[in-house]
Design a protein around this ligand. Structure first.
Ligand code: ZN
Length: 65
């Protein structure tokens, strides 16, 4: 049986399916936006070690056999 509702992505409270963003209250909307911002920063910083490694490889790559 499928009920015609979604759940708040923050606290899991049942909400109407056409709600955008899928949260139950302003409080959860704030929590969601704060979480999304943090995730965006993490995704931005995630390739950084690889970029640094690539640069190091380009600089010191000639020393490798
Ligand atoms: Zn909520």
């Amino acid at each position: 049986m499928v009920e015609k509702h979604k759940h708040c992505v923050v606290c899991g409270m049942p909400i109407s399916p056409d709600k955008t963003p899928p949260v139950c209250s302003k409080k959860c909307e704030f929590i969601l936006s704060r979480r999304a911002r943090r995730e965006r920063i993490v995704w931005m910083l995630l390739p950084l070690p690889f970029v640094v490694l690539l640069i190091l490889f380009l600089i010191f790559g000639g020393a490798a056999p």
